[in-house]
Write a protein that binds this ligand. Sequence first.
Ligand SMILES: [Fe+2]
Ligand SMILES: [Fe+2]
Length: 391
Amino acid sequence: MARENLPATIADPSAKEQQSPSQSDVKRRSFLKGLGVVGAALSTGSLLATTAEGQPRGSIITVGDVSILRFLAAAEILETDLWQQYNEFGGIQDSEVPGGSGSRLYTKALEVLDGDMPQYIHDNTEDEMTHELFINAYLMSKGAEPVNLDQFRTLPSSQATGAQQIGRLTNLMQLSVDTTWFTRYRSRTGNPDLGDTFPQAIPSIAMGQHPAIPRTDDDVQPDPSKPHHISDLTQAIANTAGFHFATIEQGGTSLYAMLAQRATSLEVLRIVLSIGGTEICHFQTWSDKAGNAPTLSVVDPVTGLTVTFPDLNSPPLDGEDFQTNLIMPEPTAFLNRKLPACSIIRPTKTKGAAMGALKALTDDGLFIGQSPAFFKFMRTLAIEADLAVRQ
Ligand SMILES: [Fe+2]
Ligand SMILES: [Fe+2]
């Protein structure tokens, strides 16, 4: 392989640097440096085309690999932040996932979807913490710069009993929850990678701004006329959370599959496939639970908006695209409509994956109240990840 065609790489720090970088490496480095984020990662001096020659492919990571992992590290930090908030109210607060003291009626409302919801919320939260810590530790082990979003922990905590009063990265109180994953995964013909679009399962939470955690104790007042004294408002908030859980995790499911296609190092590919696999486990679980959300319609007294959870198994919604127990991906078109239908995760097209994920999270309202500096930082990470090319 001609030297100028070799990938820009970050070798294992233990590897000896032997020669200076090629022209193309220098160009790539200064371009990335111009974006101002991976400077430290690139200043290791071990981005040497020649270093790559003597090493097994699996142990070398490229600038593109670093960019992919840095975007994923940021995504995992954001996931941890939002799951932590859910756990403080509705999960199990223990030494594995500390913080918060629980909200009794909100937790009971979540348990209407499944009695094990507190355990599942706890475990999803712990998983995200380990994803974040692992990816950052791996980056450092390769001499690359980890991601830290602490300066952006500026959003207020919920004022309801149960939450810690700390700065947050994400806002779970003004969500517009995209519920098209529900119909997308049930469609036997549609695939977003082939240009298809899908109806919302719960249109009323996809429009406007809705809480998925109690905002104040007013949101969790007991209603003695209801089973377990769970008010319709509290149940609507828990139902919204139930759908949002799956919205988040199907996003992770697609994101990892999309970015894996552009990893160069086999070890980075292994990391992306292995962590991505747990995002799929999460999505599968939440996909099942969301369908158990009880039907109701209630006016949120804070927003004035009506929130409606329809019966997805009755007319006019009955049919496979809404049937709640169709929790496994229905076979659908994949790659080319001339090929046979296949049960797959979707979408998986890799182009613009990171920016698409950032846009989806932003459109969900997850970052309402965040600073321009936060969006600039996240956009830069996404642009760099989307420039990564498999070498
Ligand atoms: Fe994760
Ligand atoms: Fe996740």
